[in-house]
Write a protein that binds this ligand. Structure first.
Ligand SMILES: [Zn+2]
Ligand SMILES: [Zn+2]
Length: 342
């Protein structure tokens, strides 16, 4: 009986003058009001959840409390959170925390549909697993950036992203000990990724137990290694856009307090991760073995939130920063798992 009433109500509301008025009303509502309205009846739920244009293009996941106060010896946790330096805040005690958040978002067909146009998801201090990557691929097929970080994910999760998220512009592999980087990069060798990819950042330095191999021409023929900034860049885009961030000047000092670049005076956040101050075209690398050594000492030891923005655009709040150390989390997660087993 209830469904008949709802259906007839839907018929009346979606006809005549209402058809023109509804989009105008909906455009005035903020996210919270939209959700409240969607909860009132079947008609509004259907109307709002299927209209992907109504939903925000940037999704911010909730912040879950950190495990301890290790955010670099010079920094205060509250300041780090305020500055949104999520890569410095350790993930939740529960390694599956992100799976659970995304599972809720993917709880119904309607719920999944509404994120179809989301361009950016702020995962904050969550860490990806294969399951969270599967759900990310399902919920957010239009995202433009993804960071693969740590040892909880494998090639299975990366494959889900590579297949579903064809609009990716930025990819990061940060200390992915379980990944064969060559095979992972090979997954992005498709026509769609060729059109959209701008940069791939690969980093595995910190106490690396794993020998890292970088992608070759066979893996990603349209990407090249830049000898200036150490990123993999899309050759097709390089002729059109200046995307290489660097310092034209000379660095003097050894990383202590009076060291800086003479072009802009940048000494923040710290050597070697100081932000570049100018964009230029990427420069194709002539000798890869030399440059892979070199690029670790250039721009990229910092935070994805900041490190690809110009020095002048970012008022970096910290002088010394270190990205989080997941090895500490692994220890904690493993002990917890053992305790649960006992
Ligand atoms: Zn500079
Ligand atoms: Zn470059």
């Amino acid at each position: 009986m209830a469904s008949i009433i709802e259906e007839s109500a839907a018929f009346i509301m979606d006809s005549g003058p209402f058809i023109d008025v509804i989009p105008i009303i909906l455009n005035y509502l903020d996210l919270k009001s939209l959700i409240h309205l969607a909860e009132t009846c079947y008609f509004w739920k259907e109307r709002i959840y299927t209209d992907v244009q109504l939903w925000p293009k940037v999704i911010e996941l909730p912040y879950v409390g950190c495990m301890d106060n290790y955010v670099g010896e010079h920094n205060v946790l509250e300041d780090v959170i305020e500055a949104k330096l999520w890569s410095m805040v350790q993930p939740s005690d529960d390694p599956q925390a992100l799976d659970k958040v995304l599972e809720k978002m993917a709880s119904s067909k309607q719920s999944i549909k509404r994120f179809a146009l989301v361009k950016k998801v702020l995962f904050k201090n969550f860490i990806h697993t294969d399951e969270s990557l599967r759900l990310t691929a399902l919920l957010f097929p239009s995202i433009e950036e993804i960071s693969f970080e740590g040892n909880l994910l494998s090639i299975v999760g990366v494959r889900n992203i590579a297949i579903s998220c064809g609009k990716l512009r930025y990819i990061e592999f940060y200390q992915c000990g379980n990944l064969d980087i060559e095979s992972a990069c090979h997954l992005f060798n498709t026509e769609e990724h060729k059109q959209n990819l701008e940069r791939i950042f690969i980093y595995n330095r910190f106490r690396s137990k794993y020998a890292i191999t970088f992608p070759t021409e066979d893996d990603l023929p349209f990407m090249e290694f830049c000898q200036r900034c150490g990123l993999y860049y899309n050759q097709l885009k390089n002729e059109k856009e200046k995307l290489c961030l660097y310092h034209p000047g000379i660095y003097s000092g050894y990383g202590h307090s009076c060291s800086s670049y003479d072009c802009c005076g940048s000494s923040t956040p710290r050597y070697p991760s100081t932000l570049g101050c100018q964009y230029i075209y990427h420069e194709k690398c002539s000798n890869k073995s030399l440059s892979t050594q070199r690029h670790f000492y250039e721009l990229h030891d910092g935070h994805p939130e900041y490190m690809f923005q110009k020095y002048t655009d970012v008022k970096f709040p910290f002088r010394f920063t270190e990205r989080r150390r997941l090895d500490k989390c692994y220890e904690k997660w493993n002990t917890k798992e053992h305790q649960q087993e006992e």
